[in-house]
Design a protein around this ligand. Structure first.
Ligand code: SF4
Ligand code: SF4
Length: 224
């Protein structure tokens, strides 16, 4: 904070006018028409723009709503990068902010979650496995006991294989599988997901859980 000057932050600063500045960090998805104008104004005044959190980066959890649509800010303006996560992991966010203050580009992990997962050694992917989503699994079947092993071995969906590393496995350490809030390790979450699920048999109850495709990322569909 000593090395920066915060010039605009509607949550806790009174400044109403947006002046030219070096770095804009934008949180939240775009869900209303008037936000697009404000977004463009920020882009015009900022040398660099970053999307902070999975809503700004991918559209986010608002896409589970039947009424509203959450668009990533990059659908409307050019951005210089994202700092993903729901919320962004504090260590990753801190490191990214320090790099930005030092006028360096941010660096995100380029591995998937499984690469550093504490349960990695136990992982045995078997293609005849039937996979369930975690909501249909009783609590006691999740990793809440001492015999912790990779969720996929137990037939529970874990999105670690297609999710960017960097959150220090907060959910997995709490005994629940990863749902992908750090976003895809490569560009398109939806096609990664389809390819990944193609490795397994899918349980009947899971077939109705369409929301997993857009829990954190708005899917991109191509025009036919
Ligand atoms: S699938 Fe999930 S539990 Fe298994 S190694 Fe990957 S991140 Fe860990
Ligand atoms: S384990 Fe998955 S869902 Fe949980 S914080 Fe990490 S990336 Fe997000």
């Amino acid at each position: 904070m000593e090395r920066t000057e915060l010039i605009y932050c509607p949550f806790f600063l009174e400044q109403k006018e947006l002046k030219p500045h070096d770095i804009a960090l934008i949180e939240g998805c775009i869900s209303k028409e008037e936000q697009i104008e404000e977004l463009k104004l920020i882009r015009k005044n900022a040398k660099k723009v970053y999307a902070i959190g999975s809503c700004a980066a991918f559209g986010g959890i608002l896409n589970l709503s039947n009424k509203l649509n959450g668009e990533p800010i990059s659908n409307y303006i050019d951005i210089n990068g994202i700092i993903p996560g729901c919320p962004p992991p504090e260590k990753l966010l801190g490191n990214c902010l320090i790099r930005l203050i030092e006028n360096k580009e941010i660096q995100l992990p380029e591995k998937n979650m499984c690469a550093t997962c504490p349960l990695r050694e136990t992982m045995e992917i078997k293609s005849d496995k039937t996979i369930n989503h975690s909501f249909s699994i009783p609590n006691e079947a999740l990793n809440r006991d001492d015999s912790q092993e990779c969720f996929l071995n137990k037939g529970i969906l874990c999105l670690g294989p297609i999710t960017r590393d960097g959150c220090e496995h907060v959910c997995i350490k709490q005994g629940v599988p990863c749902e992908g809030c750090m976003g895809p390790i490569s560009k398109d979450f939806t096609s990664n997901m389809v390819n990944f699920l193609g490795l397994f048999n899918i349980s009947e109850s899971f077939k109705n859980y369409k929301e997993i495709f857009y829990r954190f990322s708005k899917p991109k569909f191509r025009e036919a």
